[in-house]
Design a protein around this ligand. Structure first.
Ligand code: SF4
Ligand code: SF4
Ligand code: SF4
Length: 375
């Protein structure tokens, strides 16, 4: 099997295709510390892209509560039960990826959920890891935890869905790395559903074809962020491109956060697909759990996050989350502001580090009204 270098694993790995990296790679940073599980992202995607017949229990974007939630049910723990826990030597993965466990010329290691596994998309919502002793919640700190994990297709560097498709119906676009399923070519064999470690391809029982998040490509082609990014209430999401040919650029917010500072980490990197949604780990959750989810960089990322207030370049890049409908490809911290520019050079974001406070007079003589300073 051909070998490919996987930078997230610090080593080469088997992958059944030889293809150059795309000209650039669409990527996202999600800050788990800020997600409130309002599901606005889920509804935005659903109403725009998956409101048709056969899509009733299909959510290209979902938000689940960890550790117990999962859509489809147990999507991750069922695969982990087959692969075993990941082991790392420093930043190099020593356990096999899903492409390396089954042997040469075999499809990636995986499992296919049952239809019913999709019917409880928010199972486990807000469940914490155990019972809190009476009164402990008022003492400030208790050991129980949970957090919200927002999930979309990762538009992987080495997609397992693509590798598994016997019809070559799945392709990765050269211009932005978005992974798409050709609905005309798909015959509904569901090999992609079985192979995707994140269960982000879905079988539509009416169209008899598989489908998945399209990365909002019609918007991306116009320079706009994805709908699930634009609609995010918590401003936890930043959408952009990673540099794939050449060195990461410090003035590219995605390159800076993901590749240079390594504040945001890939989800289950041990599976080897090179996922491109990068998560800032929740600072209150124990490392043992998080390291299985996000790999060996968890503690360093948490430490960096706790010191963000003194790290203006990194904080500035993060402040661009939710700051513009346009994709920001360049940023700069200037004085007390961070500025972001779109690809065509337009300035599309200007965010102050300190939100200004305006105190209005209680009584407005011009309009003869009384005002509260609460908005
Ligand atoms: S819209 Fe944003 S804050 Fe709300 S659930 Fe989605 S990712 Fe979380
Ligand atoms: S997340 Fe799954 S569906 Fe998306 S590109 Fe990766 S392997 Fe394919
Ligand atoms: S990128 Fe677009 S298609 Fe994909 S989950 Fe977000 S809103 Fe849905």
């Amino acid at each position: 099997m051909p070998k490919r270098y996987n930078w997230q694993l610090g080593r080469e790995m088997d992958y059944p295709f030889e293809a150059p990296p795309p000209a650039r790679q669409v990527a996202y940073v999600f800050d788990t510390n800020k997600c409130i599980e309002c599901q606005t992202c889920t509804v935005a995607c659903k109403t725009c892209w998956t409101s048709g017949k056969g899509q009733e229990i299909i959510f290209w974007n979902n938000v689940e509560t960890k550790p117990y939630g999962g859509y489809p049910l147990e999507w991750d723990t069922r695969l982990l039960a087959k692969t075993g826990p990941a082991a790392w030597k420093g930043t190099t993965l020593v356990t096999p990826t899903v492409f390396e466990t089954e042997g040469d010329k075999q499809p990636p290691n995986g499992h296919r959920p049952a239809v019913d596994d999709y019917s409880s998309p928010n199972v486990g919502e807000d469940d914490i890891t155990g019972t809190i002793e009476m009164g402990a919640a008022f003492s400030g700190v208790h050991p129980m935890w949970m957090f919200y994990l927002a999930r979309i297709c990762n538009h992987c560097d080495h997609p397992a869905c693509l590798a598994a498709c016997p019809r070559q119906a799945i392709y990765k676009r050269d211009e932005d790395g978005i992974v798409l399923i050709d609905q005309e070519r798909c015959r509904g064999y569901q090999e992609c559903v079985r192979a995707c470690p994140y269960k982000k391809t879905f079988f539509n029982v009416i169209s008899r074809a598989s489908e998945k998040c399209i990365g909002c490509f019609p918007r991306v082609e116009q320079g706009q962020v994805a709908l699930c990014v634009e609609s995010c209430i918590g401003k936890i999401r930043l959408h952009g491109f990673l540099t794939t040919r050449g060195e990461p650029r410090p003035d590219n917010p995605l390159d800076y956060i993901v590749k240079i500072r390594k504040l945001a980490l890939p989800l289950y990197p041990q599976h080897g697909t090179g996922p491109n949604v990068y998560y800032i780990p929740p600072v209150h959750v124990p490392n043992g759990f998080l390291e299985q989810l996000f790999g060996p960089g968890v503690e360093a990322a948490k430490t960096m996050y706790r010191k963000l207030a003194d790290d203006r370049q990194l904080l500035g890049a993060l402040l661009l989350s939710g700051a513009s409908q346009r994709i920001i490809t360049r940023f700069e911290v200037k004085g007390d502001e961070v500025l972001g520019w779109a690809e065509n050079g337009d300035e599309v974001a200007r965010v102050p580090f300190t939100e200004p406070v305006y105190i209005r007079k209680h009584y407005d003589e011009v309009h003869n009204v009384y005002r509260h300073n609460t908005t």
